[in-house]
Design a protein around this ligand. Structure first.
Ligand code: SF4
Ligand code: SF4
Ligand code: SF4
Length: 351
């Protein structure tokens, strides 16, 4: 038999019923707007525009030779530990000082990774059929980043001028919402470390502040990873996607603007494989500051392609703002709870 609530207490059922009654107005008022809106797009807030001074990277898969110098440089300049454990270090160099790291995925120790696509005989570079290709994965520095939108303590922020998305470990409470929200699976958390932190590429801001290139763009021998203003990189990407097989063209290295890290020689190369006409990151989820061009379709390179042209925060924040518009929803909810508390007090005047 269920135990009767003692005098002066509120049964769980009673509380829930009362809370539901008291909050019904709030729920109805807030949800009515959302539910009654036939077109979800009507709830969206305006997409965020990219800063004209936004900085990023252009990765050209057709130029990448898979040397992974960028992976090593990224670790080096960001002081990231190797993925290999101490057990592998004995044969992998001096103990505690491994000579060769072999990361296979982005992780809390690896901010940049080169992955390979292979099909059939895997003979022809940049061919989707019987070919192979490379893809570089790191933070894309979205124009309207989900990771920034969901962070409850603004530990993840986007710089107004450069658009660089960075993480502040001192403000972070370790909720890992950013890990879950990123459509590109970028931020990582070290679950093996009791004091683990969120890690992701921050476009080597510490190096930019000293007029040095991001590590990956600095060392890339072919210019497959190119640094610069996103607008300039986009124009270069458009130029490349219009090139025809057999054309000889100039590929710059380092900084496309030639101002960061000093000018460096590019190289001439014959276009060997047809470029995909699309520039990855130009439209995906509201656009990203880091872009990619490729000879192989992007879905084969495991990049999300079936995504909207506006960032997810446009809808999630739009709904949120509707619910909280004028603070009517929370005010009604508060009034409901106040009514419930008052009624309970009346029911038990002796207390
Ligand atoms: S790629 Fe992910 S981590 Fe990077 S800015 Fe976009 S949402 Fe944030
Ligand atoms: S910009 Fe810096 S942190 Fe980002 S992938 Fe390149 S080297 Fe790594
Ligand atoms: S350094 Fe350049 S060529 Fe080498 S793997 Fe990285 S992007 Fe490719």
């Amino acid at each position: 038999m269920a135990k009767a609530p003692s005098k002066g207490t509120v049964s769980r059922r009673g509380f829930l019923r009362g809370a539901l009654q008291g909050s019904a107005g709030a729920a109805a008022a807030a949800c009515a707007t959302v539910v009654a809106t036939p077109d979800a797009n009507a709830l969206q807030r305006a997409p965020k525009a990219m800063s004209p001074d936004a900085l990023g990277l252009l990765y050209d898969s057709t130029l990448c030779i898979g040397c992974k110098a960028c992976v090593t440089a990224c670790k080096d300049v960001n002081h990231m530990p190797p993925e290999v454990g101490p057990e592998a270090q004995a044969w992998n160099g001096a103990p505690g000082n491994p000579t060769w790291d072999t990361p296979v995925e982005l992780s809390a120790k690896t901010l940049n990774i080169i992955k390979a696509y292979s099909h059939g005989t895997g003979e022809t570079k940049d061919s989707p059929e019987n070919g192979f290709a490379f893809i570089k994965r790191q933070c894309l520095h979205c124009a309207d980043p989900s990771c920034v939108s969901v962070c409850p303590v603004t530990a993840m922020t986007k710089d107004e001028k450069t658009g660089i998305v960075s993480h502040n470990p001192d403000a972070c409470i370790g909720c890992r919402y950013c890990v879950l929200s990123c459509p590109f699976g970028v931020p990582k958390y070290d679950y093996n470390d009791a004091f683990g932190e969120i890690k992701k590429c921050q476009l080597c801001q510490h190096r930019l502040a000293e007029n040095q290139l991001p590590g990956c763009a600095d060392v890339c021998p072919t210019g497959a990873t190119l640094f610069g203003r996103t607008e300039d990189l986009k124009a270069e990407a458009k130029r490349r996607t219009a090139l025809k097989v057999g054309e000889v063209t100039h590929y710059p290295r380092g900084d496309i603007g030639g101002t960061v890290g000093g000018a460096r020689a590019g190289h001439e190369k014959t276009v060997a494989a047809a470029y995909q006409s699309h520039i990855y990151g130009e439209t995906e989820l509201g656009g990203t500051q880091c872009l990619a061009v490729s000879g192989v379709p992007f879905d084969k390179l495991n990049l999300p392609t079936n995504v909207p042209d506006t960032g997810y925060p446009t809808l999630s924040e739009g709904i949120q703002h509707t619910l909280y518009a004028g603070m009517v929803g929370p005010a009604v909810a508060f009034a409901g709870l106040a009514y419930l508390a008052r009624r309970n007090a009346k029911d038990h005047p002796e207390e």
